[in-house]
Design a protein around this ligand. Structure first.
Ligand code: FAD
Length: 342
C-alpha cells in the first residue's frame, strides 16, 4: 500500500466542531514508511502541515488549510513488559483512545479508567496532556515515540522530556511542533485504589464498591449528562481552559463572590473552575447566538447547534472571553487549538 493523497478535501467531517473549509492536500498515513513519504511530499511542495487525529480539539478556518493535512491511521496495540504489579501498554497513535481505554478496563488494568469517553486518538493525548476526573496522561505515560518531520528520523521522548503541565506539553511549543507522535507507552497497574475523589464520582459510589469496570461506567454516565453527543452536535468539549490566578486576584474574587470555588495549584496560584464562573457569576449557561451557544448542561462546553461557521464560533468565544474579563478580571484562553489557514 502506498500513501493515499487526496486534493481539495472538505475538513468539516474531520472535526467534531463541524466547521472549516477545504484542505489543499489530505494524506492518510497507516505506517511509518507512509509517514516518511508524507514528510518528503511536504518538503518537496514547501507547504505547512497539520496532523489531524479525531479532530476533537481543533478549530479549522472557514478559508480552509492551504497546506497538507495528515490523517493519522497508525494502528496497533500490544502489551510489552509485565511485572507482578504492572504492565506497559504500547498503543499506535492513530488508535481511537476510548477503544484502548475500554480494552484495558476489560483486561483488568488500572490507570486509564478516569479518562473514559474522551474522543480522539491516542497520539493526541500527550499533546495537551489530556485529563479528566483527577487523572492526566502525564500520570500514566512512560514515554512516546515520535517522527521528526524535518529530519525524517525517529526519536523517543521520556515522560520528563514531554514537559507536561496542565493542558500543555513540549509538543505544543514551537520546537515541539515538528514531531509527529507515532506511539504512546502507558504504565498500567494490575491492582490499584479507585480515584473517586471528585464529588460527582463519590456520590455514585455511596455504599457501593467502586470496581474498575464500575468506575468506567460511572464516568461514561456522568459525562453523557454533561457533554452532548459529539457525533450528533458540533462540539470540542470544554472550549476554554480553567484559569489559574495569583493569590491577590483570588482574594479579591473571594470577597466579591464568596461562593466561588478555588483550588490551590501550587506556587501561590489558584485554579478556578470556569464552568462555575460562566454559570453562576456570568449567568451564561445555555446562552445562544444564532447557531453557537454554551451547552445547557455544562457552561464550559461550546456547541455548534447548526451550520455555524468558524468565524461565528470565534466571535462568540471572544464575547465570552470579554464578559468573563469584565466581571472577574480573569483572562481566559481557549483549550481548543485555532488552526491558521497556512
Ligand atoms: C465531547 C468532548 C469531550 C472532551 N473531553 C475532554 C476531557 O475531558 N479532557 C481533555 O483533556 N480533553 C477533552 N476533549 C478534547 C479532545 O478530545 C482531546 O484533546 C483529544 O485528545 C484530542 O484528540 P484528537 O485525536 O481529536 O486530536 P485533534 O483534534 O485531531 O488534534 C489536536 C491537536 O493535536 C495535534 N495532534 C494530533 N495527533 C497528533 C500526533 N499524532 N502527533 C502530533 N500532534 C498531533 C493536532 O495537530 C492538533 O494540534 C473533549 C472533546 C470533546 C469533543
Amino acid at each position: 500500500m502506498s500513501l493515499l493523497i487526496q486534493e481539495n478535501i472538505a475538513l468539516k467531517p474531520y472535526t467534531t466542531l463541524k466547521t472549516g473549509g477545504v484542505a489543499r492536500y489530505v494524506l492518510t498515513v497507516t505506517n511509518l514508511a507512509e509517514l516518511e513519504e508524507a514528510a518528503r511530499f511536504i518538503a518537496e511542495k514547501k507547504l505547512s502541515y497539520l496532523v489531524i487525529g479525531g479532530g476533537s480539539n481543533i478549530l479549522v478556518p472557514d478559508e480552509g488549510f492551504a497546506g497538507v493535512v495528515i490523517l493519522n491511521q497508525l494502528k496497533g496495540v500490544s502489551y510489552l513488559e509485565e511485572t507482578e504489579d504492572e504492565i506497559i501498554l504500547e498503543a499506535g497513535a492513530g488508535e481511537v483512545f476510548d477503544e484502548v481505554v475500554s480494552e484495558t478496563v476489560q483486561k483488568g488494568y488500572w490507570g486509564l479508567e478516569n479518562l473514559s469517553a474522551i474522543p480522539g486518538t491516542v497520539g493526541a493525548t500527550p499533546v495537551q496532556n489530556v485529563g479528566a476526573y483527577g487523572v492526566e496522561m502525564s500520570n500514566v505515560i512512560v514515554g512516546v515515540d515520535v517522527y521528526d518531520m524535518k529530519e525524517l528520523s525517529v526519536k523517543y521522548f521520556s515522560v520528563e522530556e514531554c514537559e507536561f503541565a496542565y493542558r500543555e506539553s513540549f509538543f505544543k511549543t514551537d520546537k515541539g511542533k515538528k514531531y509527529f507522535i507515532t506511539t504512546v507507552y502507558i504504565r498500567l497497574k494490575k491492582n490499584s485504589t479507585p480515584k473517586i475523589a471528585y464529588a460527582d464520582l463519590q456520590k455514585r459510589f455511596l455504599g457501593e464498591e467502586p470496581t474498575l469496570v464500575k468506575v468506567r461506567e460511572a464516568i461514561i454516565s456522568i459525562r453523557s449528562e454533561k457533554f452532548p453527543d459529539w457525533n450528533v452536535i458540533g462540539t470540542a468539549g470544554s472550549f476554554f481552559k480553567n484559569p489559574v490566578i495569583d493569590e491577590e486576584h483570588a482574594d479579591t474574587l473571594k470577597k466579591q463572590f464568596p461562593e466561588l470555588p478555588m483550588y490551590e495549584a501550587g506556587m501561590g496560584m489558584f485554579k478556578i473552575p470556569l464552568g462555575y464562573v460562566l454559570d453562576k457569576v456570568c449567568r451564561l449557561k445555555g446562552i445562544r447566538y444564532g447557531n453557537v451557544g454554551l451547552y445547557e448542561q455544562q457552561a464550559l462546553v461550546l456547541v455548534n447547534y447548526g451550520d455555524a461557521s468558524t468565524e461565528e464560533i470565534k466571535k462568540f468565544a471572544q464575547t465570552i472571553i470579554d464578559v468573563v474579563f469584565r466581571k472577574t478580571k480573569i483572562i481566559i484562553t481557549p483549550e481548543v487549538q485555532y488552526i491558521e489557514t497556512k
